[in-house]
Design a protein around this ligand. Structure first.
Ligand code: HDD
Length: 725
């Protein structure tokens, strides 16, 4: 046997550093998952150009395999969502209330990721359906992650989490036909709701305008449950978390929401993305309602009942800090899809209560991620990774990304120097609040949870007249979509228990008769519960519940359409556009064709959108500048007239200058006839319709228009139902 001769080895060669190549950013060359550079990704490897593909082609196989496995299970609820990065900053230290460090230092901006969502629809469903919106916030604090997994409605359908699969099965598409998508307007939902009285309060919210927000940027958020805040001295107080948007709380109109579902199913997602890209960062204030332990029993409801609010008139909300969303995700899947919120994620200083809905959630969220994200290491996915250091012996499992070192992966150990070791509270450990408990094991519902109507009635009574009208219409719409008359009748009875007039109006809309005399039983139950609670503090109306009383002082980020054709008055268009943009609005010139139009002054004006691509439902307001030729042309076109009619019907502000007023007169909208009587130069406003003719100075007109747009909608427009749109 001949001896093999080995080549001389360079003893000084360095082991290649692995890390520099492990970058997430796009590199120059296309490679396989193993880092092999690829020479052709358009043609598979074949035996002759027209022959069969070879199994040997590892790039082809890997590419197809990876594609085949791109989807993960969508969330069982809240599948449709949009996320954004940002930060939270507390205004002043809350040390007196909580040990949580991110709530103590006003100089710290805690990074956050927020995901907004609808509940019912699939991942690809439309944004503007009637539904609750999720408002989930992950705070990456120095003490670990805190997830505030809330909704834009402060109460929930059910009181005990054991019923969650039932309510979700009922509202999701019906199991035999998988219809309808993303809608509660069908028999199984209302069948369930009509059989479960504890749903009543939440049903009022879901039928209200809260369930069709104008934007994620214009809705409130609520932690729903009563949580605890615990300070350094171990003192605990109850707390309700609220988010209040600085832009106010605003909604769409139901007809508009349905049309948007077709015109732009990504309406809310796009709105959030665009606002952040433009630097109009969505902002919300974190607000707390603090309830001392000895006040907990002072209300006419049980603080642990998640179907109840604490009226702001009883316990004021304290604005304690600001959330700013200032960065869009780099990758939807990696961040928004893979983010895993868990109600169990709290930091020292924030603790749970015995709310039975919350207790169920403490189990459900971690559990669901195991299937959705394929194993127990999902907290290592970048979007879920805490900024706080993570050290423990929970090793192994699918997709372990860390490489734990050492031999001792157990506690106690001496081989690892005893590390990692448990920390005392002095070293920042989480210690569960030592709540004193004693009781008999039983499956039961507390009698103090028994009043399902008082707060539903409170909600109804606190609504403005237009809000009440919308609520009735929503109920008639939803129940009218149910095939079963029995279900409709049961719900009419329920609504009559909330308020006789409400029940009767819904009944009339459905061609039914509301039952008489059901109010007495409701009162009796409420009294029994109040007696049980030995009570108590209450309110009969809560103005804070009405969106009528929201912030209406700005037109920032409102989308305004300017309708124009060839011959438009550039002077009027520019004066108004510039003023609106200066106020923070987004203005689009809409015309029959893309490109430019020649203004009356001879200059060319850029068209931002063609009428083919947009519709009034995608805008907050509309302005028609003068220019005789432009207006004459638009009078002959269906689109601009329809635009105005529809905007009017949806209560949107409408402005017109000069000959632009003629287009309003040519439309079917009501109330503008008065405008023809106005003297030259005068401004005129009728329910959000602002016009001026022959004015050399548009200052007064602009002021009126801005005011009208800041109102958001003009709900009391007479005869709007008569306008064809
Ligand atoms: Fe839930 C997701 C909010 C009750 C079980 N829930 C989920 C999300 C939000 C909420 C915002 C989406 C988070 C995200 O964007 O990823 N859920 C609520 C609120 C509730 C509530 C405010 C009542 C106060 N949920 C609730 C109960 C259970 C669940 C009672 C189960 C017993 N929720 C889940 C879940 C989900 C979820 C199945 C689906 C996807 C996920 O958790 O991560 O575990």
């Amino acid at each position: 046997m001949s001896q093999t001769k080995t080549a001389p080895i360079d003893e000084n060669a360095k082991i290649r550093d692995l890390e520099p190549e492990r970058k997430d950013s796009a590199g120059t060359y296309l490679t396989t998952d193993q880092g092999i550079r690829v020479d052709d990704t358009d043609n598979s490897l074949k035996v002759s150009a027209r022959g069969p593909t070879l199994l040997e082609d590892f790039h082809f196989r890997e590419k197809i395999t990876r594609f085949d496995h791109e989807r993960i299970p969508e969330r069982v609820v809240h599948a449709r969502g949009s996320g954004a990065h940002g930060y939270f900053q507390v205004y002043a230290s809350l040390k007196d209330l909580t040990r949580a460090r991110f709530l103590q230092d006003p100089s710290v901006k805690t990074p956050v990721f927020v995901r907004f969502s609808t509940v019912v629809g699939s991942r690809g469903s439309a944004d503007t359906v009637r539904d609750v919106r999720g408002f989930a916030t992950k705070f990456y604090t120095e003490e670990g992650n805190f997830d505030l997994v809330g909704n834009n409605i402060p109460v929930f359908f059910i009181q005990d989490g054991i019923k969650f699969p039932d309510v979700v099965h009922a509202v999701k598409p019906e199991p035999d036909r998988e219809i309808p998508q993303a809608s509660s307007a069908h028999d199984t939902f209302w069948d369930f709701a009509s059989l479960v009285p504890e749903t009543t309060h939440m049903l009022m919210w879901i039928l209200s305008d809260r369930a069709i927000p104008r934007s994620f940027r214009m809705m409130e958020g609520f932690g729903v449950h009563t949580f605890r805040l615990v300070n350094d001295q171990g003192k605990s107080r109850f707390v309700k978390f609220h988010w209040k948007p600085l832009l106010g709380v605003h909604s769409l109109v139901w007809d508009e929401a349905q049309k948007i579902s077709g015109k732009d199913p990504d309406f809310h997602r796009r709105d959030l993305w665009d606002a952040i890209e433009k630097g109009a960062y969505p902002e919300y204030e974190l607000c707390l309602q603090i309830i001392e332990e000895d006040e907990a029993d002072s209300f006419d409801f049980d603080l642990l009942d998640p179907t109840k609010i604490v009226p702001e008139e009883l316990v004021p909300v304290r604005r304690v800090g600001k959330l700013v969303l200032n960065r869009n995700p780099d990758n939807f899947f990696a961040e928004t899809e893979q983010v895993a919120f868990c109600v169990q994620n709290v930091v020292p200083g924030i603790d749970f209560t015995d709310d039975p809905l919350m207790q169920a959630r403490l189990f459900s969220y971690l559990d669901t991620q195991l299937t959705r994200l394929g194993g127990p290491n999902f907290a290592q996915i970048p979007i879920n990774r805490p900024v706080a250091r993570v050290d423990n012996h929970q090793t192994d499992g699918f997709h372990q990304h860390r490489i734990p070192k050492g031999r001792a992966h157990y506690t106690p150990n001496s081989l690892g120097g005893g590390c990692p070791m448990v920390a005392g509270p002095g070293a920042g450990a989480f210690t569960h609040y030592p709540e004193k408990l004693a009781g008999v094991k039983q499956r039961a519902r507390s009698e103090s949870f028994g009043d399902h109507f008082s707060q539903a009635t409170l909600f109804w009574k606190s609504m403005s007249t237009p809000e009440k009208e919308h609520l009735v219409k929503a109920a008639v719409f939803e129940l009218g979509k149910c095939e079963s008359r029995v279900i409709r009748e049961r719900m009419v009875e329920r609504f009559t228990r909330v308020d006789a007039a409400f029940g009767q109006t819904v009944a009339a809309g459905l061609g039914l008769t509301a039952p008489a005399g059901v109010g007495a039983t409701v009162k009796k139950v409420a009294q029994a519960v109040a007696q049980k609670l030995g009570t108590k503090r209450t309110v009969s109306e809560s103005p804070a519940l009405s969106m009528e009383n929201t912030v209406k002082n700005s037109i920032r980020t409102r989308r305004i359409a300017v309708l124009a054709e060839k011959g438009v008055s550039l002077a009027e268009l520019s004066a108004v556009r510039n003023a609106l943009v200066a106020e923070g609005a987004e203005v689009h010139v809409i015309s029959s064709k893309l490109g430019t139009i020649e203004a009356a002054e001879g200059v060319h004006v850029e068209v931002d959108r063609a009428s083919l691509h947009v519709s009034s439902v995608l805008y907050d307001a509309v302005f028609v500048p003068g220019g005789a030729a432009s207006v004459e042309a638009m009078k002959k076109l269906g689109d601009p007239i329809h635009f105005i009619n529809e905007a009017f019907r949806h209560n949107k502000p409408i402005g017109a200058t000069g000959e632009g007023v003629e287009l309003l007169l040519a439309s079917s909208i009501k109330g503008v006839t008065v405008a023809s009587a106005q003297a030259a130069g005068q401004t005129f406003q009728a329910e959000g319709v602002v016009t001026v003719r022959g004015a050399s100075d548009l200052t007064a007109f602009i002021q009126e228009l801005v005011k009208a747009i800041a109102q958001h909608r003009h709900w009391n427009r007479a005869e709007k139902e008569a306008v064809p749109a």
